[in-house]
Design a protein around this ligand. Structure first.
Ligand code: TGC
Ligand code: FAD
Length: 390
């Protein structure tokens, strides 16, 4: 009989090294995240001390080569994201932002000196980074950003506001994307620079075990060599998004798996009308939909992981994975919540936490609609992002 927890035997598609990494991260999540995450979530906080623990495990910037990074395959990075998000989307977000959005731009577009200065400490988790692209008036269309950088003597001076920035209040550096006369450029901004303020965003009902901030830059003056020299234009920030979206398309299958397993366990023990609710056909249908969804989404993720390792993954394929796996995970979380009845709404079970977290995951890193339009353009050749353009 197939294993209900790995129906398609997808574990057999992994190398022994990948299985070891998966199991190590799974144990870390069981030991360090799951026992406390409901409290963090309720309190609306993320324990920053996890940063150094995850750094010591090699999880930060893990798929980057050199500068103290672990240099694993992309598939291994994806598997780590999957296990972290089986704990909580906030824990995976921390790793995504640090590795894919803060370290990756320095690694890819930074000078040798910038790499030497920042990456080893970031890989260790001693220096935390955040990524400032979104603004109050430009979310899905970051090319409309207003944040500006001008040269003054030997310095750059930045002004603007960034919104919804993960890790903003706990970061030592922010990668800030700003408009310059030569196009959009990326800047490494130490968060203790005069004129830089991070304001915590309160009252979130989703991704609560994660720090989210507004960044305000008022005449923030940084030296000339704090600009990332290797890129100008939207290709810079969008390349970082491709890296983070890749982690998400794996990650959400961890949240989905946790929801499916919680529902399966619950349905076998909860009795109504003199029988376990798993004995009812309508419940079995939900459990089967969940199981098939987890297997299908994980298979998609593994396929895209292998393509990335072969150098064949394009941004459109990443959008396929982000689009389909996130909506699949949300459907699974909602089905699981219904199987748990009233217990489905308490933090005693992981399901409502995952379900509300996934609302954020479906919005950030390109909304479901934006990925639909990216895929639409890929198959029709017609861009339909702007009113009247499609
Ligand atoms: P467009 O004209 O299409 O392209 C401009 C240049 O960029 C290149 N490019 C990409 N390169 C790498 N990866 C990608 N995914 C790329 N997409 C485009 C493109 O080839 C071109 O290069 P070049 O050299 O010819 O100049 O750009 P556009 O401005 O029209 O953008 C189109 C659109 C709508 C798809 C893009 O703006 C978009 O993806 N919008 C969604 C915004 C978004 O996802 N924001 C995320 C913010 S960060 C975040 O949410 C972090 S959550 C973190 C967490 O907690 O996990
Ligand atoms: P909008 O762009 O205003 O979209 C609103 C609605 O309109 C959506 O349904 C959208 O799909 C739809 N829409 C927009 N344009 C179109 C179109 N052309 N066609 C059809 N529908 C359209 N950003 C960062 O830079 N760094 C971070 O670390 C970060 N972390 C985040 C953490 C959290 C918890 C959250 C919630 C967000 C975070 N973000 C971050 C911001 C995130 O990337 C944006 O919220 C996202 O890109 C969407 O932008 P918006 O919220 O302004 O929505």
């Amino acid at each position: 009989m197939p294993d209900p927890k790995d129906f398609l035997d997808l574990g057999a598609l992994l190398s022994s090294e990948e299985r070891l990494l998966r199991d190590t991260v799974r144990r870390f999540v069981e030991d360090r995240v799951l026992p406390e995450v409901a409290d963090w979530w309720e309190a609306g906080t993320f324990p920053v001390e996890l940063s150094k623990e995850m750094g010591a495990m090699g999880l930060l910037g893990m798929h980057l080569e050199g500068y103290g990074c672990a240099g694993t395959s992309a598939t291994s990075y994806g598997l780590a994201c999957l296990e972290l998000e089986a704990g909580d989307s906030g824990t995976r977000s921390f790793v995504s932002v640090q590795g894919s959005l803060a370290m990756f731009p320095i690694w890819k577009f930074g000078s040798e000196e910038q790499k030497q200065t920042w990456l080893p400490g970031m890989a260790q988790g001693d220096i935390i980074g955040c990524f400032g692209l979104t603004e109050p008036d430009s979310g899905s269309d970051p090319s409309a950003m207003r944040t500006s950088a001008r040269q003054d003597g030997g310095d750059w001076v930045l002004n603007g506001t960034k919104m919804w920035i993960t890790n903003g209040n706990v970061a030592q550096i922010a990668i800030v994307w700003a408009r310059t006369p030569e196009g959009i450029r990326g800047f490494i901004v130490p968060t203790d620079t005069k004129g830089f303020t991070a304001n915590l965003i309160h009252r979130k009902a989703s991704l609560r075990a994660s720090i989210t901030s507004e960044l305000v830059l008022e005449d923030v003056r940084i030296p000339a060599d704090f600009v990332l020299p290797g890129v100008s234009g939207m290709r810079g920030p969008l390349s970082c998004l491709s890296e983070a979206r890749f982690g998400i398309l794996f990650g959400v299958m961890g949240a989905a798996r946790a929801c499916y397993e919680a529902a399966l366990e619950y349905a076998k023990t909860r009795q109504q009308f003199g029988a376990p609710i798993a004995a009812f056909q309508l419940t079995q249908q939900k459990l089967v939909e969940m199981m098939v969804g987890v297997n299908r989404g994980t298979l998609t993720a593994l396929h895209l992981g292998r393509m990335k390792d072969d150098g064949r993954l394009t941004p459109e394929l990443v959008s396929f994975g982000k689009f389909d796996n996130v909506r699949q995970a949300l459907d699974i979380a909602r089905m699981s919540r219904s199987v748990l009845g009233a217990n489905g709404i308490t933090l005693e079970y992981p399901v409502i936490r995952h379900m509300t977290n996934l609302e954020t995951v479906s919005t950030y890193e390109g909304t479901n609609e934006i990925h639909t339009l990216i895929l639409g353009e890929a198959i029709t050749g017609i861009a339909a992002f702007r009113a009247g353009s499609g």
